[in-house]
Design a protein around this ligand. Structure first.
Ligand code: ADP
Ligand code: MG
Length: 350
């Protein structure tokens, strides 16, 4: 029987765009969501609402699809291992396991020749933490190893706030040195058995640790561009990528590239590919899983992708008059919540 059903763990906007891409290519999508209301609800063919750890429901979800992917890395790895006993997951558990844990991710990245991350330490207790913070000149961030996104689970350290962390469970955190970067960029790689592609590098602007804007082309020189791409392919090879991997990087003032983090799924900074490329990151995710052949992205316009965060969403009706807007259909506006985005295109030769 033809395999044409994709199970997606998570139902947020990344899942929603994956469902839309799947439908265009004749693939049915089945969502597993932990919440009753979710962005992909009206775009998937079927859904299960369940705690990710309810194995009874996971069994039904496994039976409902041929292949599986994730739209969030914040999934218990035991579930991915469980699914993998029966069916294929894109990317495989090894990739997800590394990318969902900052410590594993940093150890993995630094073990690759030519790849570096920011400096970090693993304080074991409060005394250790004070010593480590001093070591970083109190210019550092405590970051949760797991379950963080959009700056959640992160605490900026200063000489004056150390005591807040007296009762802290340091096991779940790493302490990372703050770097004075010049730019942030990201790159999306997709691999199938037949070929591997990368989307062009975009430049990212974050405010309060949340992505506000991505734009193509990134304003970087040729040397940095080619180094960033070759580092990305080296990471993808070392991790034995199948499916999508997004890589966030810091570019320092001296031109050094540090890898910030990996996301084993389509990425917010790749939304622009829906409007300014022949095939988007979501289209090529479907290609990698079902058609084993990727379409090398061709860029058709310069692009700015701007997130609508929290109350920004109230502007969506007026923005629609001028720009292509995407609504994530979230039931309530919350501070720091990504509610939608809009796109500003410009001619390539302008
Ligand atoms: P998240 O998983 O929430 O995206 P990140 O580690 O990517 O976590 O942090 C979010 C943003 O916070 C980064 O894109 C960057 O702008 C800022 N940031 C994080 N770590 C550092 C650092 N070590 N030095 C400087 N800025 C940082
Ligand atoms: Mg990040």
């Amino acid at each position: 029987m033809k395999k044409n059903r994709l199970g997606i763990i998570g139902g947020g906007q990344l899942g929603m765009f994956t469902c839309i891409a799947a439908k265009k290519k004749g693939i049915k999508s089945i969502i597993l969501s932990e919440t009753e209301e979710f962005s992909a609800k009206n775009f998937c063919d079927r859904f299960f609402i369940s705690d990710f750890k309810n194995f009874n429901n996971i069994d039904k979800f496994i039976d409902s699809a041929d292949y599986f992917t994730i739209e969030t890395e914040n999934v218990p790895i035991s579930i991915i291992h469980y699914i993998e006993k029966k069916k294929k997951v894109f990317p495989c558990s090894k990739v997800i396991e590394i990318a969902q844990n900052r410590l594993k991710e940093k150890k993995f990245l630094n073990s690759i020749s030519g790849i570096n991350t920011t400096e970090y330490l693993q304080p074991k207790n409060f005394e250790d933490f004070k010593y480590a913070s001093k070591n970083f000149n109190y210019n550092c961030i405590l970051k949760s190893k797991e379950l963080g996104y959009d700056g959640k689970g992160q605490y900026k350290i200063s000489k004056n706030n150390l005591d807040i962390f007296k009762e802290f469970n340091f096991d779940k955190f790493i302490l990372e040195k703050i770097v004075d970067f010049k730019k942030e960029i990201s790159i999306i790689l997709i691999k199938s058995n037949a070929n591997a592609i990368n989307y062009p590098i975009v430049e990212n602007i974050h405010k309060e640790s949340i992505l506000r804007e991505s734009f193509y082309p990134a304003k970087i020189n040729k040397k940095i561009k080619s180094e960033a791409i070759s580092k990305s392919f080296e990471i993808a090879n070392q991790i034995s990528l199948n499916g999508v991997l997004a890589i966030e990087m810091f570019i320092l003032k001296n031109g050094q590239i540090l890898i910030n983090e990996l996301a084993p799924r389509p990425h917010n900074s790749g939304h622009w590919s829906m409007d300014a490329c022949n095939e988007s990151q979501y289209d090529n995710l479907i290609n990698s899983i079902f058609f084993n052949n990727l379409t090398p992205p061709k860029v058709i316009a310069k692009c700015r992708m701007i997130n609508l965060i929290g109350n920004d969403y109230k502007k969506i009706e007026s923005l629609k008059k001028k720009y292509r807007c995407y609504d994530y259909y979230k039931k309530e506006i919350r501070d720091s919540r990504k509610m939608g985005h809009y796109i500003i295109l410009d001619q390539l030769n302008s």
